[in-house]
Ligand binder design. Sequence first.
Ligand code: ME8
Ligand code: MG
Length: 661
Amino acid sequence: MSEASPYFLTTPIYYVTAEPHLGHAYTTIVGDALCRYERIRRGPERVFYLTGTDEHGEKIERAALEQGITPQAFADRVAAQYRAAWQVLHIRYDDFIRTTEPRHEAVVQRLWRTMQERGDIYKAHYEGLYCVACESFYLEKDLLEGGLCPDHKRPLETVREEGYFFRLSRYEQPLLQHYAAHPDFVEPPMRLNEVRAFVERGLRDLSISRSSFRWGIPVPGDPGHVIYVWIDALTNYWSAMQEPPARRAFWGEPDRPVAIHLVGKEITRFHAVYWPAMLMSAGLPLPRKIVAHGWWTVDGEKMSKTLGNVVDPVALSADIGADALRYFVLREVPLGADGDFSYEALLSRYNSELCNDLGNLLNRTLVMVERYSEGVAQRGPAGWQPPFDPGPLIAAATTARRQVEEAMAALQPSRALEALFQLVREGNTFVERVAYPLTRTDPQAARYALYLVLEVLRWLGLMLEPFLPERAVEIRRQLGLAQPEQSAWPVAFGELPEGTAVRRGATLFPRIDADRRQALLHKWRAGRRAAAQSEAGSSAAPPSSAGDLPPLRTELVSLEDFQRLDVRTARILSAERIPNKDRLLRIELDVGLCRRTVVAGLAAAFSPEELVGRTVLFLANLKPAKIGGVLSEGMILAVGREHIAALTTTDRQVPPGTPVR
Ligand code: ME8
Ligand code: MG
């Protein structure tokens, strides 16, 4: 690789039907990390990072209609949300393209005309089963039972149209030849195999216009039809790079392709089959490669509005910092593999790797430099020989640098972070085994040892920038570097100027203690709880049929009998599992006048986190009893016979300890 050559990376342009969530954030963070790295290595002017929004199509037209606004107003609002999210996540893009911009629409129409002149676009009648959600036609054989869309599980619409077709069939052989000549055209290799198999099964011409709705780019010369949204969307990569003309170098030449399209695996086919075929038809250079990453689930489930488990990257950043979120998604899965997002895993990496390892290395080193080295970097007098060998620590730094370079060339940011955090741990070990013991025995040698750790931190502050752009600059600032904002790649070990005065500041990643952890988990799962509740509330049929209900009791109690029960509201302060008792939870309650501990058989129905903060009804004067080895004083009232179906709560906020009568 010539490091002076241009580098051009794209993300998919996201549909404005959804607000930015973890999945969109993931792609955009990965692309940002890759581009930031390349900017440091090649110089910022040689790198171009493109993202944007996909704003046409029937889905968007319908969504706008439902809200009583124009599709453009709808698109404007969501596009602004994407931009705002990328700002929060420290995404540095060079352009944000929107498919409703005139600069894009003109290029799409021009490309259409070129393909038409090549004889690759023709008009014909078409009838097919169409899924609005996918914006695609389906063959009967590919549908689920009952004729439902395999993706969206909803009925399809029969669409009868006269429309335009793209002669995709003509590109079957050229595409197969291209894959054979460029075995890294699609990565990981598994995705190339899928694409090749798809093309080998035979390509049918593609329907590329619609006349059943209006929200799209008109077909040139036939304005009753709009251009199929995928033709429109894919063209963004090319249209964004037309003006100003200097940008065109980022597209490259046929024998020197540049563009890298980073996409989620589900849209590989569009990028590796339809898009190159369109470019071949128009006689334009192809992209260099398509990189397909995996799919994130959340706690093992697909993210969905109905489940209420959609992860909001902006809200998460407000709670733990954008760089912590970036770190987690980049570190957690190798690029290409699927990943499961869990809030527990996020907090655990935060505390152990960001706070304990990295944050601690910076903090303890600066404290020691203040205490044992007059607050400045000192190597020792000329000719002085340290009583220890600095070689292993220096080797650890250069090894990490090489591993980061290899990992980034292989598009594997997770491996780059692994290498960098290995260096962080070596730094900590060096502080514990070498630098700190020397402070007691050999002040001169201790100062030099601390210098070495400062230099390791300087390297880390430079090399972490692609991943943690904001915290990396903060590391450099606290080290007292003259121009902390300036990006660079470490060259030689030992370039930290002697006499640099450190400027210790707030800890990089403040520890999240048990209370805060509980509170965060509770907050982050609020959507999930609300969805579960509304599901329980809206399902008309109760879980058990009337026949299962116990008959109403015939023995009567007097009001006095009832009044002997001291029922109160109580707020759940904490809940935890009891070891080896999988149905039981140990619950701490605020009963207004006092706190109580109870043991409740709620573990099958609720996770401990989701109980915290709830107000329940509580029988306060039940005789205490030992349950599961714990003294339980009182009882939480719950709904259900054998299985707990719901908790009792109040319909308005009331203070804990309020009597129930
Ligand atoms: O498909 N895990 O837009 P889109 C990982 N407009 N990545 C995910 C994800 C998840 N659970 N969910 C979304 C479109 N993504 C078209 C693209 S391009 C010319 C047109 C990411 O809003 C991933 O990058 O549905 C995926 O490919 C993209 O968002 C789909 O975004
Ligand atoms: Mg999608």
